[in-house]
Design a protein around this ligand. Sequence first.
Ligand code: DOR
Length: 475
Amino acid sequence: MWWLKNVHVVDPECTSIQVRDVLIQGDRILKISDSLTQEEALKQFGQNSQKGKADLKEIKVIDGTGKYLFPGLIDVHTHLREPGQEEKEEIATGARAALRGGFTTILAMPNTKPVLDQRALVEFVVLQGERAGAARVYPIGAITKGQSGKELTEMVDLASGGAKAFSDDGRGVQNAELFRLALEYVKLTGLPLISHCEDEGLAQGGSMHKGEVSARLGLKGIPSSAEAVMVARDLILAEETSGKLHLAHISAKESVELIRAAKKRGVDVTAEVNPHHLIFTDEALLDSEYNTSYKVNPPLGSREDQQALLGGVLDGTLDMLATDHAPHTWEEKMKPFGEAPFGIAGLETALAAVWTYLVKPGKLSVETLIKNWSLNPSRRFNLPGGAVQEGGIADVVLFDPERIEKVEPGWFASKSLNTPFLGRELQGFSSMVWVGGELRYQRDQDKIWQEINGVKVQRDIVKYRMNRRTIECLF
Ligand code: DOR
């Protein structure tokens, strides 16, 4: 039993914030109320327990003054790399990184090795997620076998195995007829189809956004049309089929316009934006000596793109924030810019980065943050949590808006540190995270998850010397 005192709570519809006392019993939120007396708290717990009364010794009291109690954030776009590329991330390390970042639920993309295109593989991810005992992990099944864009997977079978959506993320489905069919079939499952919008003909060989900066740096650019053309196609197909569509990592102003217009017409579409596209532009590459931590797909856009994306979040055109957590090894990311893989590891820094660069300066409200990173994802993907409300599941995060940490090697629970925030200070971090009423993470006591999971993980610091930089990595 938990009694969280004086916490800032966002209401379930994300319209206001109030200071409340919150009681948690079992896996549920028992009561949300104005400041409670000891007698009142005992009475509440007692009424709800089998014995008919509660003992003070059983209640853990936390003073949350100055902190928020957020509904656990839900990230609908993570790459966990297991099976097949465990040197980058495992399901367990990713699920722990999620907790540290304030996420109680994450959806794992299927571009693993092998691709999650069969029921047994989807079930493996579910099992590994349960074994990790950290954030809830749900798999996303592939749209096409091997993500080869040629033949559809058995979507109904994958859904029975636990898939919460379908995607070929990492690649767009190039064949329009196949994507149209997928939108038809997905209706049998009631789940959304997640589109990675990228026309490979237009994007081919590019490594950053095509524009003035790519011209100055002499790097081959990817035009905005590579995304927007496929956004337009997918919206037309969703309208024709009435299939449930979700657009991943929207990055271009043209795409925002297209989605806004489609929503006005009533198309069943939701869309997400990644923190890095809201915080950085392609100009970051000018100052960073070709730092591959900024290499991501879709690429960081122009200032106009950045403004359009924020506008899209503020007017509801873009419904969700999502990390696109894409861990890669240091060795791969130390390759020349054109050859390094696309991707930014985001689970542990995303919330703090959004807090530091958007919420603190007043560009984004706390209510919108929670709506986009918890409420909307839970509704669209039918996932637990999404709100702090009486009777609701106790997937919650005690969030400290004042806490400042420096992002350094050795700081991560993730196996990868390919983030542009490496070496920077960020503000706003989770203090404690509960999943189903169970405390699974407590900052400064990072061993808690290990005790719950019953597994001791031996990690060593390894020094890397590459490109004149010495980096310590944890393994
Ligand atoms: O930057 C990216 N990395 N974008 C994607 O779509 C895929 C991801 C990955 O899997 O590394």
